[in-house]
Design a protein around this ligand. Structure first.
Ligand SMILES: [Zn+2]
Ligand SMILES: [Zn+2]
Length: 280
């Protein structure tokens, strides 16, 4: 079975996130290991690391994913690229300390410059961060994005190209975000559409490279390049692909992380719905 979970706050300490996810009955969770809107990530104290690891061990959470800082742009020009490599290296190191399996990363943006050049920069930045964290087993998951402007990673093929340029490094994978894929134009609203998406993932990157799914509906139209997150089944996507993902045997033990709004039915409501769709 897929592992159902959600993004939880680390307010009050990293171990509090484990408590929150456990109270929700989650089997997986996603956190920020640092403030995602600041460059400087303070280092973790031994006590923090230990209390996180201890609470995780005694919990029903089987998989933890970190989401990296929104400021990182590995495809940016020199100054920003340098800072981004530093930041990603730090994200990987923190995950390793905390025993977190994988870190989700936005592939970045060309900021209106040449897309090919931006992709080359992304590849060499990733290579550098992987090289600097060679002893770490942490996987970097490139997230599929809603696209628009110079946003990279708005289709599975483009992400596959990056993984290929990195020689299919074992520590690289993808995070398939349904809301973003739909915003980028992928029609996932029918069984057939979902089937075509997974076939394309299978063909271009392989099922085993899918480190996690991000689940939320989209208030925006298909192809609008928007990612206006909405409760499952209450946006333009509807319920179909979410049920297909969580009950798809090919994604056995794959974390399916909600990124739905915290208001209204909240995490409780969305998780209850996913459990029903999964059939357990
Ligand atoms: Zn993201
Ligand atoms: Zn996402």
């Amino acid at each position: 079975m897929s592992l159902l979970g959600t993004h939880v706050s680390v307010s009050g300490g990293l171990h509090r996130a484990v408590e929150r996810a456990t109270l929700l009955g989650a089997e997986a969770m996603q956190i920020f290991t640092r403030n995602p809107l600041q460059w400087h990530g303070r280092s973790l104290s031994l006590a923090e690391v230990e209390s996180f690891r201890r609470s995780l061990l005694g919990s029903p959470i089987k998989s933890v994913i970190a989401h990296s800082s929104y400021l990182i742009n590995l495809a940016g020009d020199d100054g920003i690229r340098r800072q981004s490599v530093e930041a990603l290296t730090g994200e990987i190191a923190r995950c390793y300390q905390l025993g977190i399996d994988a870190v989700v990363l936005h592939p970045g943006s060309s900021k209106g410059g040449d897309r090919g050049v931006a992709i080359d920069r992304l590849v060499s930045s990733l290579g550098e961060a992987l090289g600097r964290t060679q002893d770490s087993p942490v996987t970097v998951l490139l997230e599929t994005m809603a696209g628009g402007g110079g946003i990279l990673g708005s289709c599975v093929e483009e992400i596959a190209g990056v993984l290929d340029a990195l020689g299919w490094d074992d520590r690289m994978g993808i995070c398939a975000d349904i809301c973003h894929l739909f915003g980028a134009g992928v029609d996932v609203r029918s069984d057939g559409g979902y089937g075509r998406l997974v076939s394309s993932i299978e063909k271009h990157v392989g099922i085993s490279r899918v480190g996690c799914w991000h689940l939320s509906d989209n208030k925006g139209q298909r192809g609008s390049n928007t990612d206006r997150h909405e409760h499952i089944g209450q946006g333009e996507i509807g319920i179909i692909p979410f049920g297909m993902v969580v009950s798809d045997e090919r994604f056995q033990d794959t974390p399916c992380i909600l990124e739905t709004p915290k208001d209204g039915i909240g995490d409780e409501g969305n998780l209850a719905l996913l459990r029903k769709l999964r059939g357990a």
